[in-house]
Design a protein around this ligand. Structure first.
Ligand SMILES: C[S@@+](CC[C@H](N)C(=O)[O-])C[C@H]1O[C@@H](n2cnc3c(N)ncnc32)[C@H](O)[C@@H]1O
Length: 385
């Protein structure tokens, strides 16, 4: 992995977290970060004295660069925050330089300069622009950055709709900047969370802006739910819903087995807030036997959870990290699941058939069994011996 960012006579060492699982060709910043940094350094006089808010800094490159301004740093990603913390440390920048916010905690402070990396999910961008409305004034400058192919007319229309006049830069190394001048007279109610319903039983599923399957039940999750009768005996057992999103799988487990304890784990703060909301709305009596954890897979699970022995880990794994398609997270999830399961405990995974999950599970557990399969998906089970 290229870990040295040298720009305008300044040098930073930057890694992606977790370091050991990254592809050698990946790096912890991109051309859009460089474009944004160069623009600020060369065009905004005395920017160090401004109150700066950084949104969606993938791995902490912007936090490290602008740390002297004590910026607010806002992200929906626990993994991004861990990257940022490591990168601050290895560049000898005190963590206290940065004021960290997750995506579900409102910020009231006014802001002079907003630096925003355009996120993969348009709904998250929309929510963040709405959140910014109460923080900006006519003298605030908003500058966003992204790969040029992520900036559409509809992206610019969101900046115009929620903040004010918006223009773009020329492309440089396939990246672009968006300049937005807030008019300070805008206020809009958020269209999020998005609510949809399951059929039988009729559960109300609430989804904050960045939650996977925000608009409807994921087809992989649907396939898993259709085969729930094949799950092992779960009375009085403890289950982890790993990468829980809105908590749809754990919710159905709690509904079928009302004495079961479920630990919901996701790296998205919005996912965990939504999962909690969905248990509260649909199975309020089961809230006390549910635990909600923002985490990278099952890092330090035993220290972080009150659950002693895990009988089942259920998982519909992700195949992206931010904009990169990858199976390294699934791989870590499987390894971590094996580590937390008790002997005889099971990992049950749903995945696209073209993914190489069976051989991964065989390598880890010695054996993987197909529970169900259709043209698109397989449900696989592996037991810890
Ligand atoms: C394919 S979605 C499944 C969501 C939900 N279980 C469902 O079936 O609809 C994968 C989930 O994994 C989460 N995720 C991604 N990386 C993660 C990580 N490193 N640790 C924990 N969760 C992660 C994503 O935020 C997403 O909610």
């Amino acid at each position: 992995m290229n870990t040295s960012l040298t720009l305008l006579d300044k040098h930073l060492q930057l890694v992606r977290y977790p370091q050991q699982l990254q592809h050698p060709s990946w790096q912890a910043w991109d051309a859009a970060d460089e474009y944004l940094i160069e623009y600020i350094e060369q065009n905004i006089p005395d920017f160090e004295k401004l109150s700066i808010s950084i949104y969606n800094d993938d791995f902490g490159a912007l936090a490290c660069w602008f740390a002297a301004s004590h910026p607010h740093w806002v992200s929906d990603s626990y993994v991004a925050k861990q990257s940022c913390l490591i990168n601050l440390e290895q560049n000898n920048i005190p963590t206290e330089s940065i004021e960290f916010y997750d995506s579900v905690t409102p910020i009231v402070d006014k802001v002079d300069l907003v630096l925003l990396k355009v996120p993969k999910t348009t709904a998250l961008l929309e929510q963040q622009l709405i959140d910014l409305q109460t923080r900006v004034s006519a003298s605030t400058t908003v500058i966003a950055a992204a790969k040029a192919n992520l900036i559409h007319k509809s992206t610019l229309a969101l900046f115009e709709k929620y903040l004010g006049v918006t223009t773009t830069s020329l492309a440089k190394k396939k990246s672009r900047l968006i300049f937005c001048q807030p008019t300070a007279d805008k206020s809009a109610l958020s269209p999020y969370p998005t609510i949809w319903f399951t059929e039988k039983p009729k559960f109300e599923i609430s989804n904050l802006a960045n939650v996977f399957a925000r608009q409807q039940l994921d087809i992989g999750a649907r396939f898993m739910l259709e085969h729930f009768s094949k799950l092992p005996e779960l009375d009085n057992k403890t289950v982890v819903d790993l990468g829980c999103g809105n908590g749809i799988l754990g919710l159905h487990i709690l509904n079928q087995k009302r004495q079961t304890k479920v630990v919901f784990v996701d790296e998205s703060y919005m996912a965990i807030a939504s999962a909690k909301q969905n248990i509260q709305t649909n199975l309020p009596q089961q809230l006390s036997q549910s635990e909600f954890m923002v985490n990278n897979c099952l890092d330090d699970f035993a220290k972080k959870s009150s659950a002693a022995e895990i009988d089942l880990v259920i998982c519909n794994p992700p195949f992206h990290q931010q904009n990169t398609i990858t199976d390294h997270i699934a791989w870590q999830m499987f390894k971590d699941a094996k580590a937390v399961l008790k002997k005889g405990g099971q990992l049950i995974v749903v995945g696209n058939r073209h993914l190489d999950y069976p051989s991964k599970l065989k390598r880890l557990f010695g054996k993987a069994t197909t529970v169900a399969t259709n043209q698109k998906f397989s449900i696989l089970s592996a037991t810890k011996l």
